[in-house]
Design a protein around this ligand. Structure first.
Ligand SMILES: [Zn+2]
Length: 94
């Protein structure tokens, strides 16, 4: 339960004590918020900076192929064109 005291005391001594209590409570409150904010949240989606994007203009879909993967090990990569997503690559085969 929150205390209903208004703190109307005018004496410096009482005021100083209340200010100290206030700062202490305020500081603790800020620390609690700071501890909550920097918690890293796991990303469910892939980072566009790490994965190739389908070169098909109509698609532009993020693929499962990492940019640092050698093209010899890539699936759906066409030299001179670029990386295709599996769907577009299968569409070319047909
Ligand atoms: Zn595509």
């Amino acid at each position: 339960m929150p205390k209903a005291k208004a703190g109307k005391k005018t004496r410096k001594e009482s005021g100083g004590i209340e200010l100290g209590v206030f700062l202490e409570r305020h500081g603790v409150g800020l620390n609690d918020e700071e501890l909550d904010s920097p918690v890293p949240t796991p990303k469910p989606y892939k980072d566009p900076d790490l994965y190739e994007v389908c070169v098909m203009p109509k698609c532009g879909k993020l693929t499962d192929v990492r940019k640092d993967l050698h093209i010899d090990f890539r699936h759906g990569y066409i030299e001179g064109l670029g990386q295709l997503c599996p769907e577009c690559f299968c569409g070319l085969d047909k």
